[in-house]
Write a protein that binds this ligand. Structure first.
Ligand code: G
Ligand code: G
Ligand code: MN
Ligand code: NA
Length: 253
């Protein structure tokens, strides 16, 4: 109840802000994309981490409003880059599980694409692994429909949940993001075997791979040895306000 009221006023008062975590190509350190992440600057509590309010919003359905609010900021930012003649790079958005099963999803994305005149390939959709588990016809149909319109579908948090092997057979994915849990205990021989072979398998299936949570040089070297170049992790960048991300891109141009 309380969080619900707080979020309504947060949206109205502009307390929700767009942060972006850069994705880099480890071979040269260039920023090749970003992931949009919401941050809540509460007037009294300060910066509230998403882990504290997103689960509540997923329960009461309010996550859909927050998703849309953040998506619009992403489209607006990319539209601004385009108007200014700057180089565009993809900025992924998170689609909550609830939202993936909502008919309104397509309508919203098409509207934003039109309104800001941004090519859909610049806004990949990240869906958490567990969203793919229920083989729900509507959800798969919506994802296919979005792919036909040029949006890219990325599976987030790969390797955290249950076996999604069967899903890999049936659903076309443009990108797979391997969760940071997956690369955590690289000291173990078993972990190395699993990671190396999982990456090889996913690459053979034709998906673009992004590894999350790279924090150490050791992880970096190991992943480069697996022919994995594209990552997101604190070793390179933490999530930052979109204004800072913009400066980074500007320096790179
Ligand atoms: O930024 P951080 O790593 O603390 O995010 C924690 C979780 O919140 C992640 O699982 C991330 O996917 C989720 N998250 C962040 N921003 C958004 C958003 O705008 N929409 C949705 N649905 N989830 C988000
Ligand atoms: O679940 P999702 O992948 O959407 O969330 C991304 C989250 O992962 C963000 O909250 C971000 O802050 C976090 N993250 C990204 N890189 C790292 C990292 O190197 N280490 C840790 N601990 N968290 C990370
Ligand atoms: Mn994500
Ligand atoms: Na993840």
């Amino acid at each position: 109840r309380q969080v619900e009221n707080d979020i309504v006023s947060a949206l109205e008062n502009g307390e929700l802000q767009l942060y972006v975590q850069p994705k880099v190509d480890m071979r040269d350190g260039r920023v090749i994309g970003g992931e949009a992440l919401v941050r809540w600057k509460h007037p009294e509590k300060g910066l509230v981490p998403p882990g504290e309010f997103i689960p509540v919003l997923e329960k009461n359905g309010f996550i859909i409003n927050v998703d849309e609010y953040i998506w619009e900021k992403v489209f607006a930012y990319l539209g601004k880059l385009r108007k200014e003649g700057r180089t565009l790079i993809p900025v992924s958005i998170n689609v909550s599980r609830l939202h993936a099963y909502d008919e309104k999803l397509i309508e919203t994305l098409l509207r934003l694409r039109e309104e800001y005149d941004v090519l859909p390939e610049y806004v990949p959709l990240e869906l958490t692994e567990s969203a793919f588990l229920e083989d729900e016809v509507g959800m798969y149909r919506r994802m296919e429909s979005l792919r036909e319109r040029g949006f890219l579908v990325s599976m987030d948090d790969f390797g955290t949940g249950y076996s999604t092997m069967n899903m890999l057979k049936n659903q076309t994915l443009d990108e797979i993001k391997i969760d940071r849990e997956f690369i955590r205990d690289l000291e173990k021989d078993k972990s190395q075997i699993i990671i190396r072979n999982t990456i090889a398998m996913l690459q053979q299936l034709g998906a673009h791979i992004v590894i999350e949570g790279v924090e150490t040089e050791e992880q970096k070297e190991f992943l480069l040895g697996c022919n994995c170049t594209d990552v997101q992790g604190f070793l390179f960048y933490r999530p930052m306000p979109v204004e800072e991300f913009d400066k980074l891109l500007w320096q790179q141009e």
